[in-house]
Design a protein around this ligand. Structure first.
Ligand code: NDP
Ligand code: 8X3
Length: 251
């Protein structure tokens, strides 16, 4: 069975993606920082498919390299890497943000994604045709909005890094896709608001947002297309979400 390596599998898109791939019988390498959630996934999915869990902070380049380099032969033939681990912080405007929040987003969404990609690339290239990297970007990488500051900028990085990887991977058979969701109901807003359940509820209430399973279905679709097809970018919004006019300050 093919193997998928999914980062941030303990919640939201990553967790739903683990379930989607398991439904199709894929073997799974699941990572996240919360080992109790990884254990729960192991017992929920481990009866159906082979699962290896790795408690890992993607920001720790050495730990990421050691974990991936240390995979034994049975787990090295990775067909799909889903770079999903990420977060937004700081709802305030840029001028009021705690600098640590900006660093955490950059360290996770950019450095973490790069750490995992760098460590996994040799394995994906060895798999060759049919292999893919699915990077979870965001609509925030393309469209500015107040309070997006560094978060949106990290997702713009994800988009351009995905395109640039494609150039270098030419001839390897490895595909790269930037999956860019809009409003989706996960623990995302709970993390962004630093635990404010009410803020999270208020964001999603009545908005009919995307659900984690909607994104998981798209990730699975992208990764299981015939090997000659590469979707470069897949942008997905709930029907309820669209754009506003430019904001103009008048004297
Ligand atoms: P969740 O908060 O539900 O899940 C985030 C996942 O990322 C968790 O499994 C968390 O695991 C993991 N994670 C966070 N930081 C780290 C870290 N340092 N090391 C390892 N794992 C980490 O949010 P979503 O499912 O919504 O978010 C998944 C991705 O989707 C993110 O990249 C996000 O930016 C993106 N996204 C989300 C949208 C939304 O509206 N929900 C829309 C567009 C993009 P743990 O805490 O156990 O480490
Ligand atoms: C999350 C989607 O619209 O909150 O990446 O920025 S949005």
């Amino acid at each position: 069975m093919p193997i998928a390596l999914i980062t941030g599998a303990t919640s939201g898109f990553g967790r739903a993606t683990a379930y989607r791939f398991a439904e199709a019988g894929w073997s799974l390498i699941l990572t996240g920082r919360r080992s109790e959630r990884l254990k729960a996934l192991e017992s929920e999915l481990g009866t159906k498919v082979d699962i290896l869990t790795l408690t890992l902070d993607v920001r720790d380049a050495e730990a990421v390299k050691a974990a991936i380099d240390g995979l034994d032969a049975r787990w090295r033939e990775i067909t799909c890497l889903v770079n999903n681990a990420g977060l937004a912080l700081a709802l305030e405007p840029a001028q009021r943000v705690d600098l640590n929040d900006w660093h955490t987003m950059i360290d996770t969404n950019i450095t973490g994604l790069v750490n995992v990609t760098h460590a996994a690339l040799p394995l994906l290239i060895a798999t060759g045709k049919g292999a893919s990297i699915v990077n979870i970007g965001s609509v925030a990488g393309s469209y500015p909005y107040p309070g997006s500051h560094v978060y949106g900028a990290t997702k713009a990085f994800v988009q351009q890094f995905s395109y640039n990887l494609r150039c270098d991977l030419k001839g390897s058979g490895v595909r790269v896709t930037d999956v860019a969701p809009g409003l989706a109901e996960t623990e995302f807003m709970l993390v962004r608001s630093k635990g404010d359940q009410e803020a999270s509820k208020a964001l999603y209430d009545g908005a009919n947002p995307l659900q984690a399973e909607d994104i998981a279905a798209q990730v699975f679709y992208v990764a299981t297309l015939p090997e000659h097809i590469n979707i470069n970018r897949l942008e997905i919004m709930p029907t309820s979400q669209s754009w506003s006019p430019f904001s103009i300050e008048r004297e």
